[in-house]
Design a protein around this ligand. Structure first.
Ligand SMILES: *[C@@H]1O[C@H](CO)[C@@H](O)[C@H](O)[C@H]1NC(C)=O
Ligand SMILES: *[C@@H]1O[C@H](CO)[C@@H](O)[C@H](O)[C@H]1NC(C)=O
Ligand SMILES: *[C@@H]1O[C@H](CO)[C@@H](O)[C@H](O)[C@H]1NC(C)=O
Ligand SMILES: *[C@@H]1O[C@H](CO)[C@@H](O)[C@H](O)[C@H]1NC(C)=O
Ligand SMILES: *[C@@H]1O[C@H](CO)[C@@H](O)[C@H](O)[C@H]1NC(C)=O
Ligand SMILES: *[C@@H]1O[C@H](CO)[C@@H](O)[C@H](O)[C@H]1NC(C)=O
Ligand SMILES: *[C@@H]1O[C@H](CO)[C@@H](O)[C@H](O)[C@H]1NC(C)=O
Ligand SMILES: *[C@@H]1O[C@H](CO)[C@@H](O)[C@H](O)[C@H]1NC(C)=O
Ligand SMILES: *[C@@H]1O[C@H](CO)[C@@H](O)[C@H](O)[C@H]1NC(C)=O
Ligand SMILES: *[C@@H]1O[C@H](CO)[C@@H](O)[C@H](O)[C@H]1NC(C)=O
Ligand SMILES: *[C@@H]1O[C@H](CO)[C@@H](O)[C@H](O)[C@H]1NC(C)=O
Ligand SMILES: *[C@@H]1O[C@H](CO)[C@@H](O)[C@H](O)[C@H]1NC(C)=O
Length: 679
């Protein structure tokens, strides 16, 4: 590297003597014997369940070993790429390739090592070896997510040529004194996410001394506002990336931050920062990402936000005291792709300038109850929009097919809880394929929305309380069987479900006009709420239905229908059940013994039927029962003692039966209703 002549000569030499193959080997260097043996000792002390280092064999040139790089002039080892190459969602799989064990000081013999990457391995909570502080040629040291623990030693301060130091993702590491960091004058990247820094009140003085620093990662470091100084002068003014998210800061944004005029990404999310969002933000004119969500800021967004002309991500959500109107100047952010101001207190209309955000892909205004007016016409030209979330605003007006012509990329349309009505032609074919449609409480009826059948990618459909007064069309149930969650409650939808097999994880058809015998269920159904409809016929075919697999059903609410007959002894097929609500039907007979097999049962409501007989002793097996409502039936006999002794049982209703003796009901609501929620 120091002398580049051999590199220039090499191809020429090769060309002249192309018949002499050894000279034409692109990597003719042979590794240093001493370094080879140091590496073998290093390997020996490691555990390597995935056999990643198996190819490191004594018979081979160590410069050709997996993960080893040599200087191509001197043949000395300069880089060790031992980061876990697997970072998939399957943690168990990744862990098979984790190196562990002991890091041997044999590494010290690699005098020219400039890059050492051990990230993503698992050293089982052991401390960072102090000898690393003597590896004076290191420029890159990546020990992130490698299961290190204990005190971070000041010896690392000896690595004066370091460019890149990553200790992040080691939740067991802590720092008492960070003074040593200021010796790393060339440091460009400092990663300390998850490292506990709360004992070090001087951290800011130390890192601010680093004139070359470009990236500073300090997320989840237990930092608070207990700092010794308000910084007089910050020397890290080249900083482009600063992450202070997930700490405990509770002061106003300190002024030095606005001197970091090169910042491209700033995250202060999940703290308790106070005060107004300062006009000074406008000075950070290279910002592309600004994340200040989940803090305690108050007051309006300053107009100067419009000066951040490179901004692509702006996240302000969950600052409940941020108020005022959304500034017109937002419209100047022509590169903005992501805007989320949900869960704040904005009021007034959405500025028409929103239509200037031609790069916008995601717009979140939800849970700002004072945002009113209509969706501005200009919004419907944002042809890159994938996610529109205005849930819980006071927006009004009618949306029709003309609005959507440009929105071919729309995936999530969340308008629940607004006063928007959705009025489209029954033959409409939308240009988009939705994944989420949440339109609870929006007017969509009276006709069943036929356009839904064009939507082949739906994951969650919620058109509860949408004024539909119609029969569910024949295509619907087959179409719906691929949708994970369906919420149609509180409409006047009718239809006979006798021949239908429901296959949704969550399905809420409650408070409609569905009729016929109960539908059948696939094993996938977890929550079924069909309360308050007109289902009739015997309940036993439903209870004892044959299923292709073990049912996952946890919640069943069939109350307020016209079902009849006895509960069959088939409860053992429903062992996942936690909530059973069968009240207000015409059911009769005894409580079958098999109900005692529901060991996870938390709530049982059978009230207002014609059940009789004694409470079976098997019910005592339902150890986590918290609510039992048997009132308004013909139960008789003695009420078993365990009912009153069970500490988990919070709500007991037994009145209007023929039990012997006296008892007192708990003073709780008589009706159990399980809230299914929304998408
Ligand atoms: C040697 O390494 C240097 C820097 O790493 C690189 O630029 C050069 O192309 C390499 N030469 C050969 C012949 O591989
Ligand atoms: C270390 O290795 C991991 C996994 O291969 C990689 O993702 C990471 O970028 C490497 N770190 C550095 C500083 O090169
Ligand atoms: C750190 O460097 C100093 C001076 O260069 C040296 O005396 C000391 O031994 C080094 N410490 C470690 C742990 O390498
Ligand atoms: C601030 O930190 C110092 C040193 O850890 C500690 O002595 C002091 O009590 C802390 N003050 C507050 C207000 O937490
Ligand atoms: C911020 O910049 C101003 C003017 O450039 C300077 O006077 C001030 O000392 C700086 N503050 C910090 C904390 O660096
Ligand atoms: C800031 O950095 C400059 C050189 O970049 C240096 O001369 C100066 O001493 C540093 N200031 C502090 C307070 O470290
Ligand atoms: C924002 O830009 C305007 C015009 O470009 C300028 O007058 C104003 O001072 C800037 N505001 C801030 C806070 O930088
Ligand atoms: C914003 O909230 C503050 C209190 O935090 C209040 O004094 C102010 O009047 C509110 N402004 C608007 C426009 O609602
Ligand atoms: C929006 O764009 C139009 C046309 O490009 C421009 O005239 C207008 O000033 C812009 N509005 C804002 C708030 O940026
Ligand atoms: C929006 O609400 C404000 C009160 O906060 C009211 O003055 C204004 O008339 C409302 N605008 C519309 C279009 O409803
Ligand atoms: C509905 O669309 C069809 C075909 O596009 C058209 O013929 C009809 O007039 C439309 N109906 C209404 C009420 O817009
Ligand atoms: C039932 O849902 C599962 C996904 O939960 C899906 O894989 C399967 O194809 C669906 N079955 C039918 C008959 O739609």
């Amino acid at each position: 590297m120091r002398n580049s002549r051999p590199i220039i000569l090499f191809p020429l030499l090769c060309f002249l003597s192309s018949t002499i193959s050894i000279l034409c080997d692109p990597n003719p260097l042979v590794c240093n014997e001493k370094e080879k043996h140091a590496l073998l000792r290093f390997k020996k002390s490691l555990s390597d369940p995935g056999n990643r280092l198996l190819p490191w064999s004594v018979n081979q040139d160590c410069c050709r070993w997996e993960a080893v790089r040599c200087n191509n002039v001197t043949g000395r080892v300069v880089e060790l790429h031992l980061g876990n190459p697997y970072d998939t969602d399957d943690l168990e799989f990744n862990s098979k390739f984790e190196l562990g064990g002991e890091i041997s000081p044999a590494l010290l013999e690699l005098e020219f090592l400039s890059y050492l990457n051990l990230s993503g391995n698992d050293f089982g909570g052991s401390p960072i070896p102090s000898f690393l502080g003597s590896m004076g040629s290191l420029r890159y040291l990546d020990l992130s997510y490698a299961g290190f623990g204990g005190l971070v030693l000041h010896q690392l301060g000896n690595l004066s040529t370091l460019r890149h130091l990553d200790l992040g993702g080691n939740s067991g590491l802590y720092v008492e004194n960070l003074g040593w960091i200021s010796h790393l004058a060339f440091l460009k990247y400092l990663g300390m996410d998850w490292v506990d820094l709360h004992r070090e009140v001087h951290w800011l003085e130390s890192v601010s001394m680093l004139p070359s620093l470009l990236e500073l990662h300090l997320s989840e470091c237990e930092l608070d506002s207990n700092m010794t100084s308000s910084l007089g002068y910050a020397n890290f003014t080249s900083l482009t990336f600063l992450d202070l998210s997930n700490n405990n800061f509770n002061q106003e944004i300190p002024n030095w931050l606005f001197n970091l005029s090169s910042l491209v990404s700033l995250s202060l999310s999940n703290n308790q920062f106070k005060g107004q969002i300062s006009e000074s933000f406008g000075q950070l004119k290279y910002l592309e990402s600004l994340f200040v969500s989940a803090n305690s800021f108050h007051g309006p967004i300053p107009t100067s936000i419009g000066n951040l002309s490179s901004l692509r991500y702006l996240s302000l959500f969950e600052n409940p005291l941020i108020n005022g109107t959304l500034p017109m100047s937002l419209g100047q952010l022509k590169y903005l792709e992501y805007l989320d101001v949900s869960f704040n207190s904005f009021h007034g209309p959405i500025p028409t300038s929103i239509g200037n955000l031609s790069s916008l892909r995601s717009l979140g205004l939800s849970e700002n109850q004072l945002i009113n007016g209509t969706l501005p016409m200009s919004l419907w030209f944002l042809s890159n929009l994938e996610n529109l979330n205005v849930r819980g605003t006071s927006l009004t007006g009618t949306i029709s097919e003309v609005h959507f012509t440009a929105l071919s990329k729309l995936k999530d349309l969340l308008i629940s809880g607004t006063s928007l009505s959705f009025h489209v032609n029954s033959s409409w074919t939308p240009p988009f394929q939705l994944e989420y449609l949440e339109a609870d409480s929006c007017k969509m009826g009276p006709k069943f929305p036929a356009w839904l059948q064009t939507q082949k990618s739906l994951f969650c459909l919620d058109v509860s309380r949408s004024g539909i007064v119609d029969t569910a069309p024949n295509w619907f149930w087959k179409f719906a069987s691929y949708i994970e969650q369906i919420h149609l409650s509180n409409n006047q939808i009718s239809g006979d479900l006798s021949q239908v097999v429901l296959n949704n994880t969550i399905i809420d058809l409650s408070s409609n006009c569905f009729s016929g015998r109960l539908p059948r269920l696939s094993p996938n159904v977890v929550v079924l709420n069909i309360a308050n409809n007109s289902f009739s016929g015997q309940i036993s075919p439903f209870m004892c239905q044959k299923m292709n697999g073990r049912s996952k059903l946890e919640v069943v609410d069939i109350s307020i229908n016209a079902l009849s007959g006895e509960l069959s002894d088939c409860w053992m097929h429903w062992s996942s059940l936690t909530h059973v609500s069968l009240g207000s039907n015409n059911l009769s007979g005894k409580i079958p013994n098999s109900m005692g097999s529901l060991v996870g049962l938390k709530a049982l409501s059978l009230q207002n039927n014609s059940f009789y007989g004694e409470i079976p002793s098997s019910l005592e097996n339902c150890k986590v029962l918290g609510l039992i409502n048997l009132s308004d039936n013909k139960f008789s006999g003695i009420i078993p003692r365990w009912i009153f002794e069970r500490t988990t049982l919070m709500v007991i209703h037994l009145r209007s039966n023929k039990f012997n003796g006296h008892y007192s009901s708990t003073n709780m609501p008589t009706f159990f209703s399980y809230s299914v929620g929304s998408c």
